[in-house]
Design a protein around this ligand. Structure first.
Ligand SMILES: [Zn+2]
Length: 344
């Protein structure tokens, strides 16, 4: 038999509690037969559905990593009905580095789920996740944040896809997570993000942006854990503890291209809006300053759409093309349900 480029010591289909590794072949000067050890846990009991919980796709997004590591340490496999696959540090080299991308190959794991996988460490991890994990799943919850460069208002996220029955199931799961902000996106995600691979495999794709700015936020961590445990309860895999049962009010949102404000040139970014604030079309968003040319007045930036400020760039010095703001447009629950109803 041929040897694989990525393999695991965990039996993905066995019952019980297993905490092991995916080993990804990585041959370098200091370690000719070396591997990248990506932690993987599997908890299986009973006949319920399979959920993949994933974090650390970007190494500088910490809430999901901590939430899933804590779940691995504390979960009681006897209480579950179904199977939970857990990747708390999916792009392990990026997690160790505290970096969005892998220091080994510059790979962005959440841009590595295209139709074919590049034969790099990051590409091999993406190929293993797609072929061995996503293919076994009914649902995936991929936990993100804004990372080092963006502050993100904590929110849950769902790709509703284009199939009516799947969209109904997915929206029900999004609603069950009951985050303060619930982001429902229509259609199938473009590009090579994990969501596209999940939707194409016929599984439910759920995600979330829990904080950012390159640090761990306690409030954002609480929202991430709330989403994890409420989703496990909703899927019938694990009854949630009482602390997660209290319903909070949520706002449903969605995203269009005009919701982004990009830097038109380089400079120091001064935001004038705050996370969570609702802004209007044409409203002054902030300034770009050029302190190296002190006589030059700052450049005014304006919002091109109305919405809730969900993202603000966390770094001052910016270059042309950097995302400075993202808005999310509020949408009525009934409007989402009506749009789903029109699907085939
Ligand atoms: Zn991310």
């Amino acid at each position: 038999m041929s040897l694989a480029m990525a393999w695991t010591d965990v039996d993905l289909d066995a019952p019980g509690r297993q905490v092991g590794l995916i080993r990804v072949e990585h041959s370098v000067h200091r370690s000719a037969y070396g591997t990248i050890p990506v932690p993987l846990a599997v908890f299986a009991n009973g006949l319920g559905p399979t959920l993949l919980l994933m974090a650390g796709s970007h190494g500088d997004e910490y809430e999901g990593q901590l939430a899933l590591a804590r779940l691995i340490r504390t979960i009681d496999v006897e209480r579950i009905n179904g199977r939970i696959l857990v990747l708390p540090a999916a792009n392990q080299p990026a997690v160790i580095e505290g970096s969005r991308i892998s220091p080994l190959d510059g790979g962005n794991l959440n841009r590595s789920f295209g139709d074919s996988h590049i034969d790099t460490p990051t590409g091999r991890i993406a190929a293993f996740i797609t072929q061995e994990l996503i293919g076994r799943c009914d649902a995936v919850l991929d936990l993100h944040s804004g990372g080092s460069s963006l502050n993100h208002l904590p929110c849950s996220y769902a790709d509703l896809g284009t199939d009516k029955a799947m969209a109904q199931k997915t929206f029900a799961a999004l609603e069950a997570m009951n985050a303060p902000l619930s982001w429902a996106q229509f259609g199938c995600p473009a590009g090579s993000v994990a969501g596209r691979a999940v939707v194409r495999k016929g599984a439910m794709h759920l995600s979330g942006e829990f904080g950012g700015g390159g640090h761990l936020g306690a409030d954002a961590l609480e929202v991430a854990e709330r989403c994890v445990y409420r989703l496990l309860d909703h899927l019938g895999i694990l009854n949630m503890e009482d602390r997660w049962r209290t319903e909070i009010s949520t706002r449903f949102v969605s995203n269009v291209q005009d919701d982004f404000v990009y830097a038109p040139r380089e400079g120091v970014f001064e935001p004038l809006a705050r996370l969570g604030e609702t802004v209007e079309v044409g409203q002054l968003a902030g300034y770009l300053h050029a302190p190296e040319r002190p006589l030059e007045p700052p450049l005014e930036l304006h919002f091109a759409s109305r919405g809730i400020v969900s993202v603000i760039r966390a770094m001052g010095r910016s270059r042309s093309g950097d995302c400075l703001f993202q808005l999310l447009g509020e949408i009525e629950r009934g409007e989402i349900l009506r749009s789903i109803e029109t699907m085939a």
